[in-house]
Design a protein around this ligand. Structure first.
Ligand code: ZN
Ligand code: ZN
Length: 647
C-alpha cells in the first residue's frame, strides 16, 4: 500500500501502482471525469502513471492553470500530427503550450501555410481528436531516439536529443503519431472539442537569427465549442479596448519617431486626465500624512553605485551621460529611491519625528529593447506615483495597513473591484540570501500578513519570492475582460537604509536604522492609464472623464441659450463643451457617442422656452427634459458613487 496526501492535507491509502485517475475516482466519478492532468511530488505525471511511493498528489481539471497547460501541450501533439499528414515531409522542432494556447515550430521545406489553410488544419486536428486516442509515454534509449529522427532527416529533433542524457528520454505516442516529449498529457485526444489556428509567424530555430527560419503555427483549443466562441469574442472585445487604439481615438497620447521610440507624448486631453489622477492621489496622500518632494531627472553615477542600481541598470540601460568637464558622469534616473534617501539624510531625525513619508510623481528612464516596447505598458520613460516611507521597525505594522488603505481607496475610486494580493516572503531555508536581521524580517513579514488579514484581502503567500532586501505585497487586479494585471506594490526595504547610512535617534539616545517602504498604488501613470483604458474601454468613472457633458444646440438660433447652460454647468464645476456647429443633431449625437462623452445635453426651442435641458446618456438612455440644477445633482450623485472621500 502507498499513502497519498491530497491538497486538503488528507492522507488516503491506495494499492501500490494506483494511478492518479484511480485516486480521482475514489473522490468521485464526476470529479474523475473532469481530471485531465496530475502532479505527483512536484513533478507532472500522466493521469495513468502508476504511483509506487507515498507522496503528495494534485489533480487538475480544465479550470486549473496546469490543467490548461496539459490540454494545450497535448493539443500541440495533435497539431503536429495534422501538419505531418497535410504537409508531407514537414520537420517538427518544438511545440510548447503557452499562456493562451500552444504553437509548433516546423520546417515546411518549400511548402507554405497561410490564413486560407487554417480551416483545413483545424478540421484535420478535430478529425484526429475524435479518434479518442490515448497519450502514452514510453522511455527510449538515446540511440533509438536518434535513429528515428535521423531516418526522418530531422536535424532539429536530432539536435535536441543530442543534448539529452541517455536514460532520461521519452517519446509520446498517440494514434499513429510519435513525438519526443517529457510528458504531461490529458488522458486522450477525445476531450479536445474545439480548435482554432490563430496565426503563423516566422521563428528562428532556437531563437537565433543565424539559424534557419522556421514557421511557427499558433493555435488554441478548448473542451467545449462554447468556450472557443467566448474566447474569440473576448479577443474581439480586447481589440476594441486596446489602449493604443483608444488613446488615439480619445486623443490622449501619441508617439513620435522623431522624439524616439517608447517615449510617450501626452496630448492635452491625456495630460488633463493624468493631472486629475495625480491630484486625486495627492489629495488622499496629503490626508495620509505624505509630503511631496521634487528631485531631478538625473543623478551622479556614484549615487547609483551607492544604491546598487548601477549594477542593475548601468550596463543594460541608458549609458551614463558625460559632461564637458571631465570626470563627471550622470545617469538618467532609473529609480527615485536613491534621491529620496538623500532627502531623508538632509537632516537628523529623532524617533518622535518618524515616520517620514516622501511622495513624488517621479519620472524615470529605463532602456527597453525596441521589440519589447508596447504602447503605454512598456515604455522607456515613465512617471511613477512613487513614495518612500521611513519608519521605525515598530511602526511598520501601522504604516503597512495605512498603505493598503490608500491602495484600496485608489482601486475603489477607479472601478477595480476584482483583485487579489500576493505576499512574498523569504525562503526560511536560505537566510544567507537576504539582508537584514532575522528579527526584523520576522517583524516585517508578520506586519504584512497581519495587514493583509486585518484588511480582509484575498491573498496568497509565495514563500521564497521576496526580494533579497525585504518582503512585499503586490496587488493583482482583474479587468472587465478577466485579464490579470499587476498593479500597486508595497515593498519593505532593509537594504537602502543600510547603503545610505540612514539613521534616527531612538528613545535610548542611540542611532538606529529606519525601515524603508516603497509603494506605488498606480505603479506608473503610463501603465495605469493603459490598464484603465482597457478595463473601462474609455468609459472612465465620471469624475475622471475629460469631458463630462456636451451641449448640442439644435440650430444656431439656440447658441445663446446653450452658452447660458454652459456657464451654469461650469459654475457647478461640471466639465462641459458646447457644439454649435451647423450640423444635424443626429450627427452631433453620433460624434459625442464616439467620443464616449457621458452626457449629451440637447437644447432647442422647447428647452429655451421652458428654461430646461434634454439629457441623453452615453449609450442611449434618455433622461428627458430636466432643469440644469437637477442635472448637476445627477452628475454630483454619480461622481460620489465612485469617488469617495479618503478616510
Ligand atoms: Zn507531450
Ligand atoms: Zn523606491
Amino acid at each position: 500500500m502507498i499513502n497519498i496526501t491530497l491538497p486538503d492535507g488528507s492522507v488516503k491509502p491506495f494499492e501500490n501502482n494506483a494511478t492518479p485517475m484511480d485516486v480521482a475516482k475514489s473522490i468521485s466519478e464526476g470529479f474523475a471525469r473532469n481530471v485531465i492532468s496530475a502532479n505527483f511530488n512536484g513533478t507532472t505525471v500522466e493521469t495513468h502513471t502508476p504511483l509506487t511511493t507515498d507522496g503528495a498528489l494534485v489533480l487538475y481539471t480544465w479550470n486549473d492553470k496546469d490543467g490548461k497547460k496539459a490540454f494545450w501541450h497535448s493539443s500541440a501533439h495533435v497539431l503536429a500530427q495534422a501538419l505531418e499528414e497535410l504537409y508531407p515531409g514537414v520537420k517538427l522542432s518544438i511545440g510548447p503550450a503557452i499562456e493562451n494556447g500552444f504553437y509548433y515550430d516546423v520546417d515546411l521545406g518549400d511548402q507554405t501555410i497561410s490564413d486560407k489553410d487554417f480551416k483545413a488544419i483545424e478540421n484535420k486536428m478535430l478529425e484526429i481528436a475524435r479518434g479518442k486516442h490515448d497519450f502514452n509515454l514510453r522511455s527510449v534509449s538515446k540511440d533509438e531516439a536518434l535513429s528515428l529522427y535521423k531516418s526522418q532527416d530531422n536535424e532539429y529533433k536530432v539536435e535536441l536529443i543530442e543534448n539529452l542524457e541517455d536514460g532520461t528520454i521519452t517519446f509520446c505516442d498517440h494514434s499513429s503519431f510519435t513525438d519526443l516529449c517529457r510528458g504531461g498529457h490529458i488522458p486522450n485526444t477525445g476531450i479536445i472539442k474545439a480548435v482554432k489556428i490563430m496565426s503563423v509567424a516566422g521563428a528562428y530555430w532556437r531563437g537565433d537569427e543565424k539559424n534557419k527560419q522556421l514557421t511557427r503555427v499558433y493555435g488554441i483549443s478548448f473542451p467545449k465549442q462554447k468556450e472557443l466562441t467566448e474566447y474569440l469574442n473576448l479577443l474581439e472585445e480586447a481589440k476594441k479596448r486596446d489602449h493604443r487604439k483608444l488613446g488615439k481615438e480619445l486623443e490622449l497620447f501619441t508617439f513620435s519617431s522623431k522624439v524616439g521610440q517608447g517615449l510617450p507624448l501626452w496630448l492635452p486631453k491625456g495630460a488633463a486626465l493624468r493631472e486629475r489622477l495625480e491630484n486625486f492621489l495627492k489629495k488622499a496622500q496629503k490626508k495620509a500624512g505624505y509630503e511631496m518632494v521634487v528631485t531631478p531627472h538625473i543623478g551622479q553615477k556614484e549615487l547609483y553605485m551607492t544604491s546598487g542600481h548601477y549594477e542593475k541598470y548601468g550596463a543594460d540601460s541608458f549609458q551614463p551621460i558625460l559632461t564637458p568637464s571631465e570626470g563627471e558622469e550622470f545617469l538618467l534616473k532609473p529609480m527615485n529611491c536613491p534621491h529620496h534617501c538623500e532627502i531623508y539624510n538632509a537632516k537628523p531625525f529623532s524617533y518622535k519625528e518618524l515616520p517620514k513619508r516622501y511622495a513624488e510623481f517621479g519620472t524615470v528612464y529605463r532602456y527597453e529593447q525596441s521589440g519589447e516596447l508596447h504602447g503605454l505598458t512598456r515604455v522607456r520613460g515613465f512617471t511613477q506615483d512613487d513614495a518612500h516611507i521611513f519608519c521605525t521597525p515598530d511602526q511598520l505594522d501601522t504604516e503597512f495597513k495605512n498603505v493598503i488603505d490608500l491602495v484600496l481607496y485608489v482601486f475603489g475610486s477607479l472601478g477595480f473591484e476584482n483583485f487579489t494580493a500576493q505576499v512574498s516572503l523569504r525562503d526560511p531555508n536560505t537566510p544567507d540570501k537576504y539582508i537584514g536581521s532575522d528579527e526584523n524580517w520576522e517583524k516585517a513579514e508578520a506586519a504584512i500578513l497581519n495587514a493583509a488579514i486585518d484588511k480582509g484581502l484575498n491573498y496568497v503567500v509565495e514563500t521564497g519570492e521576496a526580494a533579497f532586501y525585504g518582503p512585499k505585497l503586490d496587488f493583482m487586479v482583474k479587468d472587465a475582460l478577466g485579464r490579470n494585471w499587476q498593479l500597486g506594490t508595497i515593498q519593505v526595504d532593509y537594504n537602502l537604509p543600510e547603503r545610505f547610512d540612514l539613521t534616527y535617534k531612538g528613545s535610548d539616545n542611540e542611532l538606529h536604522r529606519p525601515v524603508m517602504i516603497h509603494r506605488a498604488p498606480f505603479g506608473s501613470m503610463e501603465r495605469f492609464v493603459a490598464i484603465l483604458l482597457e478595463h473601462t474601454g474609455g468609459n472612465f468613472p465620471l469624475w475622471l472623464m475629460p469631458t463630462q457633458a456636451i451641449i448640442l444646440s439644435i440650430s444656431e438660433k439656440y447658441e445663446k441659450y446653450a452658452e447660458k447652460v454652459l456657464n451654469l454647468l461650469e459654475n457647478d464645476e461640471i466639465r462641459a463643451l458646447a457644439d454649435h456647429r451647423n450640423e444635424t443633431i443626429g450627427k452631433k449625437i453620433r460624434e459625442a457617442e464616439m467620443a464616449k462623452i457621458p452626457y449629451m445635453i440637447i437644447v432647442g426651442e422647447n428647452e429655451e422656452n421652458e428654461n430646461m435641458i434634454t439629457v441623453r446618456q452615453h449609450g442611449g438612455e434618455d433622461l428627458g427634459m430636466i432643469s440644469v440644477e437637477e442635472f448637476s445633482q445627477i452628475v454630483d450623485t454619480e461622481v460620489k458613487k465612485t469617488l469617495k472621500t479618503f478616510k
